[in-house]
Design a protein around this ligand. Structure first.
Ligand code: PYR
Length: 546
């Protein structure tokens, strides 16, 4: 028996009440989603997840949930892994029948970066719930509850799934000088979340800024004022977030998020084993078996090595996050972007520019996609060698990234502090201010209501380019999800053989024997071994200029 059976038996309301009343601090395992999004550029493939999912189901059935889907995983699966995210979810559901599966939903943006019509959110949630999601963690980049409402309604309409509404956290509410993101701000927000129909309230600390004293204050106040369970999420960027968890559950927090230790720390979540050990033998004991949690660690340790080329997290914790407030998932991404722009050795400058850009834009809640707005401006300013004061004084003179214009135009909604004027007016002067409309065609509206077409339609509406690439890949190569990560990412190395299992028990043994020098036309002869037979294949070496 696990959390899923409990949800099926008690229903969403009963499940939430039981969570609120239990002594044990409940635990969500984020290794399948946020941990690899924050450390490995979201690149872990379905085969890597399925390799351990059954063992997680068996060894840690006491988990509240496994966060396994949503956020960036959908986009990355289609765009870089040539996988259909729906197939991943269905396979995980089949492999983990006993523990609730959880996803991260970006409000009206679902798993994209811009708002979609309500019919998209409705169809997305219905399909995700049918395919296997039990708990939907819903957030909005500016904490706008109205933007989350269609998704909350859609989750409630399933009748079986849990709507966990996230209050995205920034600043430091225990600091007496904090005037914007105060306890009062979060309580007003929580009240709206409760009124909108939340089953669970999440504190989404995406940068690791929630300190122990603030956690105590916030959790106590949320539990005192409302009847819902409180689920705390953090990233361990500054290195001490286990202290925050301890303070949170001592103040009554009902659940926390952690990742398997080899996939934990820095921009990811705190380690599950450290969480379990910290609560063990206290009245908040998680109920998870520490030895079992540790038994799962070698798998993730080995997997992380295979994905080493995608490492994007921090080499070590950083206290600078208290100043720049960059979310864990973005911090790793931004470093890669900076390197790609030739600014890799000026990352501290980018961090400073990020803080400056944030101050100029009005001290935003920074999470996808508002974090991207701030990050784009920071990269742009450092790249162009323009100081923030020079830019703020006369923004009309400069190029401004599209995401920043969109934000100033109100595409993401209104920020908590209101609009930064007169900067906003100056920046928008002479630039298009009409918001893009996102109407669906009658055909698409209809396709969203047809169960057989819904997944494909959602893929296409959310990520048209990557979906068409994915379909081409499927047509050309078939389903490549069964290849190991080594085979998929790195191909054959000389002297190696790969066993490739095709459908219906057919196996291929493919080896690489030798590669010739290129000829004048840039062609090389590759000597392959296919099921024991040597075969020459002529291949153009694209690294050679024509
Ligand atoms: C996401 O939207 O993907 C986050 O992790 C916040």
């Amino acid at each position: 028996d696990g959390s899923r059976q409990r949800l099926l038996t008690l229903g969403p309301e009963g499940f939430a009440t039981a969570l609120r009343n239990q002594d044990a601090v409940a635990v969500t395992d984020t290794t399948f989603r946020d941990a690899h999004q924050s450390l490995l550029a979201t690149r872990v493939r379905t085969s890597g997840l399925l390799g351990v999912a059954g063992h997680v189901a068996r060894l840690t059935p006491e988990l509240l949930s496994i966060e396994a889907w949503g956020g960036a995983t959908y986009d990355v699966a289609l765009r870089f892994l040539h996988e259909d995210p729906w197939e991943r979810l269905a396979a995980l559901r089949e492999t983990v029948p006993n523990i609730c599966l959880q996803m991260l939903l970006r409000g009206r943006n679902t798993v994209g970066y811009t708002p979609y019509p309500d019919s998209v959110a409705r169809a997305f949630v219905a399909e995700a719930a049918d395919t296997g999601i039990d708990i939907f963690r819903i957030f909005d980049a500016l904490n706008n509850i109205d933007a989350m409402r269609p998704a909350i309604d859609a989750v409630r309409d399933t009748g079986t799934a849990i709507a966990e509404v996230a209050l995205s956290y920034t600043g430091d509410l225990a600091n007496p000088r904090e005037t914007l993101y105060t306890l009062d701000y979060y309580l007003r927000l929580a009240e709206q979340a409760v009124d909108a129909g939340a089953h669970i309230i999440a504190i989404k600390d995406m940068a690791g800024l929630l300190r122990p004293a603030a956690a105590t204050e916030l959790v106590e106040a949320l539990r005192w004022n409302f009847d819902l369970p409180v689920h705390v999420h953090t990233h361990d960027t500054p290195g001490g977030q286990l202290a925050t968890y301890l303070a949170a559950w001592q103040a009554g927090a009902d659940a926390v998020d952690g990742a398997s230790a080899p996939m934990a720390g820095t921009t990811s979540q705190p380690a599950l084993s450290a969480i379990v050990a910290a609560a063990a033998h206290t009245e908040r004991d998680t109920g998870l078996d520490l030895a079992n949690v540790c038994d799962l660690e070698p798998y993730w340790e080995a997997l992380r090595k295979v994905y080493a080329p995608f490492e994007s997290g921090l080499p070590a914790p950083t206290g600078r996050v208290y100043t720049h407030e960059i979310p864990g998932g973005q911090l790793s991404n931004l470093r890669q972007q900076a390197i790609a722009l030739g600014l890799g050795d000026r990352f501290e400058k980018i961090e400073e520019a990020y803080a400056d850009a944030d101050a100029l834009l009005g001290r935003l809640i920074k999470v996808t996609p508002s974090s991207k707005v701030v990050g784009d401006l920071a990269l742009h300013l450092v790249g162009a060698g323009v100081g923030i004061d020079e830019f703020a004084a006369d923004p009309g003179r400069f190029d401004i990234p599209d995401s920043v214009i969109g934000f100033l135009r109100g595409d993401l909604g209104t920020p908590a502090a209101g609009w930064p004027e007169p900067f906003r007016e100056r920046a928008l002067q002479g630039r298009a201010t009409a918001r893009p409309t996102a109407e669906l065609s009658a055909e698409d509206e209809k396709a969203l209501t047809e169960p057989g077409e819904r997944r494909g339609t959602l893929n296409r509406l959310l990520f048209p380019g990557p979906t068409s690439e994915f379909l081409k890949h499927r047509e050309q190569y078939g389903d490549t999800t069964g290849l190991s990560a080594n085979q998929f990412f790195y191909g054959l190395r000389q002297g190696e053989e790969h066993r490739v299992e095709l459908d219906a028990g057919v196996e291929l043994l493919i080896g690489l024997e030798a590669i010739s020098e290129p000829d004048d036309a840039g062609m090389r002869t590759v000597m392959c071994i296919l099921n024991g037979q040597l075969r020459p294949v002529s291949v153009r070496d694209r690294s050679i200029a024509a």
